[in-house]
Design a protein around this ligand. Structure first.
Ligand SMILES: C[S@@+](CC[C@H](N)C(=O)[O-])C[C@H]1O[C@@H](n2cnc3c(N)ncnc32)[C@H](O)[C@@H]1O
Length: 213
């Protein structure tokens, strides 16, 4: 695989707009082949298998798209909130999880409209590299704030191998790894994607306890 460094590619200068995604969904109801491609099925299977706990109480999935991963995650959670800003995605996601009364699919623009709750599982798949570096920082700050101590953050994003300067999962996960509040439990990196599981450390261990010490 191509040798990479965290800063070998740049985040988009502006966060991708809702109009961009609406256009993609208008052209194709499943623009990335989430329901059909082997890449997605393999990645989803590994993602769900990498969850350290059998069951989570309160889960959050930003950028859920058409709900393919949401549907696989649902049996592992007592409550699950999945959000996206594209109408077509939301409509398809609601249909995908119709059998699960404990799953809510809600419209939200991120990072502006993050829910105020706290979570023992946050799962982010193929979403963070659409954010500008400012919005990525805001998003990661907000996600870490919303993680319960001992809670898990699972991130999974595609990884470029044949191009050195594509901003991708490798770069985005480096930003997560830099967070002192998180300990990495799992790292999987192959020629197609990067998958990491991070656990929220107690604030007494992360140096951000806010007590002035
Ligand atoms: C590649 S798809 C995500 C795939 C999905 N997480 C999965 O793994 O099955 C990216 C999704 O993020 C949504 N999205 C992108 N930027 C967003 C933002 N700033 N706020 C809310 N949703 C956003 C898009 O509408 C799109 O549905």
């Amino acid at each position: 695989m191509v040798t990479r460094t965290p800063d070998d590619a740049e985040a988009p200068s502006v966060t991708f707009s809702r109009e961009y995604f609406d256009r993609r969904y208008t052209r194709d109801s499943d623009p990335w082949g989430l329901a059909t491609k082997w890449y997605e099925r393999r990645k989803y299977a590994l993602t769900v298998a990498s969850l350290p706990k059998a069951h989570y109480r309160n889960c959050f999935e930003p950028g859920c798209s058409i709900g393919e991963l949401t549907r696989l995650l649902a049996p592992r959670c007592t409550r699950l909130l999945a959000v996206d800003f594209a109408d077509s995605a939301l409509e398809q996601a609601r249909a995908a999880v119709r059998e699960f009364a404990h799953v809510e699919v809600r419209q939200a623009t991120l990072p502006e409209q993050l829910p105020g709750d706290t979570y023992d599982l946050i799962l982010v798949s193929e979403f963070l590299y659409y954010l500008s570096s400012e919005d990525l920082d805001r998003m990661l700050d907000a996600l870490v704030d919303r993680m319960e101590t001992g809670g898990d953050l699972v991130a999974v994003h595609c990884r470029a191998t044949d191009r050195r300067h594509g901003y991708d999962g490798f770069n985005v996960h480096s930003s997560i790894e830099a967070r002192v509040e998180l300990e990495r439990l799992v790292h999987h990196e192959d020629e197609e994607f990067v998958l990491d599981v991070f656990r929220r450390l107690p604030s007494s261990l992360d140096g951000t306890s806010g007590d002035g010490s």
